[in-house]
Structures are given as C-alpha cells and as structure tokens.
Design a binder for this molecule. Sequence first.
Ligand SMILES: O=c1ccn([C@@H]2O[C@H](COP(=O)(O)O)[C@@H](O)[C@H]2O)c(=O)[nH]1
Length: 272
Amino acid sequence: MTKEALQKEIQKKRSYLCVGLDTDINKIPAHLLKTDDPIFEFNRQIIDATADLCVAYKPNIAFYEALGTKGWESLQKTLEYIPDDLFTIADAKRGDIGNTSRLYARAFFQELDFDSITVAPYMGRDSVLPFLDFPGKWVILLALTSNPGSRDFQQLPINGEGRSLYEQVLEISQQWAGHDQLMYVVGATQADHLANIRKIVPDHFLLVPGVGAQGGDLEAVSRFGMNKNCGLLVNSTRGIIYSGSGLDFAEKARTSASEIRNQMSDYLEKFL
Ligand SMILES: O=c1ccn([C@@H]2O[C@H](COP(=O)(O)O)[C@@H](O)[C@H]2O)c(=O)[nH]1
C-alpha cells in the first residue's frame, strides 16, 4: 500500500487506529475452543467487528510462532481475511546479517503478503537494507519503544552533542530510504519526546503502540505526533480485543474500538 493510499483511508474513516491481533489461546473466549481454528475464528470475528473503524491490523508474530505450524496457518488465514484496503503490519522485530535478513523479508513479504514489518535497527544498515528491496513494502524501524527498558540504550546519549541512540537511528536511517518506504515505532508512553521526534522526521509515519493497556495518552500522542497528513498509526491491542470474554466479545471489541476512533476523529479535526 502506498503512503497516499494510507492517508486517503485515514481521511475516509477519520481514524488512524491500528488494531493489534495478539491472539492468545489462553485468553480467548472458551466457546471458541470448540472450533477448528480458534485463533483464526477469534481474529475473523474481531476483524468483522472493527474493519470499518481502523486503518491497520498488527498481528504480533510471537503469538502465532508460539503455536508452531498451526499458529503459522492461523496467521496466514488471518492475513488473507483482512480486507485489501487495510494496512497490515507483521510485528516481528527482525534484523540480522544481510544474508539472513533477506530470508526474513522473503518470509513476511512473499510467503506471507504483509504490507510491512517491524525491524530492529541494532545491527545497522546491512541488516535493514534487504527488507527495503521489496517495492511497495514498508519497513517500520524501532526508534523509541514504549517499554521502561527504552531508557537502557535508546535514550542514552552517544556522542559529544548529547544526541541519544534513538535520535541517531532516526537521523541515520533516513539515508537508507524515504518516507514512502520507512516508518518508525515510537511508544505512546513517550509522548514527551514526540515534538523532538517530529523535528527529526517531519514527514514519516509513526507506528505508536502503547495506548490502552500500557497507559499511553492518545491526546498527547495526537497533539505532538501528528504531522500535516496525520502521519500516525496508533495501535491498541489488549484494550480492544480482550474487552469481553463471552459470546459478545466481538461486539465489546467494537465498542472499545469505536471509542478510540471517535476520539481520533476529534483529534484529526483539532490538530491537523
Ligand atoms: O515499543 C513497542 C513496540 C511494540 N509493541 C507491541 O505493540 C503491542 C501493544 O499491545 P497492547 O496490548 O496494546 O499493550 C504488542 O504487540 C507489543 O509487543 C509495544 O507495545 N511497544
């Protein structure tokens, strides 16, 4: 999906919501366990209930890998079920020597036809470039993550001017690709860094996980993170998909997604 197409969807739906599909066999409603593929069945109902409210879906690959071949099958079926006009993100956080990254890229962009993948930048340029060899596909580079451990390395000053590691990631990686192929992960819990981040990457999309269960502030993220085209995909997972645990779980998920989407619609009016 192109940047323009994604922006158009955001405007059409008045939403920059990404719904996370971290589907945990131990958390899904009990009645689904009787079906052939409970993980897919859960995802199918969540997608049916939320597709008109969001612009992206982000399965976290760990939840599928943990189930072995059955998990990969559920992931593939889920990906195929997501309507074409929604952006898909493989939250896989890959990155290795170039020869290996090439195979990761093939797995997620060719075997599974994801629009994008999250990549860890720690191993540098040659570990990221193979993911950028796929026209029409996106790399979402981890910059400033939502977890407390982001202070351990990402926020450490690494040169004489006091620039932190995450700021260097944002600056240097812009030499590798443009804002039509590269996005960055910035945690919603890091809203106080967003104004600074926007000075370094004014035009890039930011994938912002951490509203809902992690307590990130959607208003602050929107106020400081939006650019002239919105430029945000804000993810919520547990806060949406586990809103209910009974037969009406998908309806409850819809209610939670609607609440966020309505706030987003207001923020698009207010901050864009
Ligand atoms: O910095 C990051 C990067 C990725 N994530 C992932 O996003 C979702 C968040 O789930 P919630 O239930 O809404 O907390 C999950 O897949 C994380 O692995 C992140 O949280 N922070």
